[in-house]
Design a protein around this ligand. Sequence first.
Ligand code: GLN
Length: 232
Amino acid sequence: TPIEAATKKYTIATDTTFAPFEFQDTSGNYVGIDMDLMNAIAKEENFEIEIKALGFNAAVQALEAGQVDAVIAGMSMTDERKQKFDFTDSYFDSGIGMAVSTSSNISTYEELRGKNVAVKIGTQGASFASSIKDQYGFTISTFEDSANMYQDVVSGNSVAAFEDYPVLGYAIRSNHLPMTLTSYKEQATQYGVAVLKNQNTEFIEAFNRGLATLKSNGEYDKIINNYIGTDD
Ligand code: GLN
């Protein structure tokens, strides 16, 4: 009988908390859309995964340094990132929103003049905020993770946070944060899984094949609906 090839194992970095894409359940296990998709695809395509919750910026840096094989972290497939990374097919549509503290009475960019806003380092939300900060005359505080970014708004140091709107909406609802999502939707984007450019094409192919299977057998919709209601 032929010797079976060892099961391929990929080390995959993710954010520390980016619900509903990755977050710890009450037992400390990582769950969420990214985690469930990754597990289901690994099962479907017969590979193993090891998840490292490093934080978004640290995850991207670990990938750049070749310390991990891939990043799944609600990562937007921007043109800039496509210079450095190859991405799988997209698995979610998103974009940047602005959430404000409920007591601030702010709802527009114009009202940010002279105020401070909170962003998370290395994210598309952070670069968007910095691209409009001079025009609207606000300052920026940068945080390592989303929880501390929200806390800066809750504590009143910042009046607003810029982050992906499905994530802001989920955080406000599930943590009952005294914050409101404004109507802005900027930089429509899609999430994909990143690997280093021209490496790990095998992973990309397996992920894309697995994703297609999950989309056709209904498992993809089940995972999404498990975390995101129809009102999102
Ligand atoms: N989608 C955003 C980005 O890629 C944020 C990702 C995250 O914070 N995990 O920059």
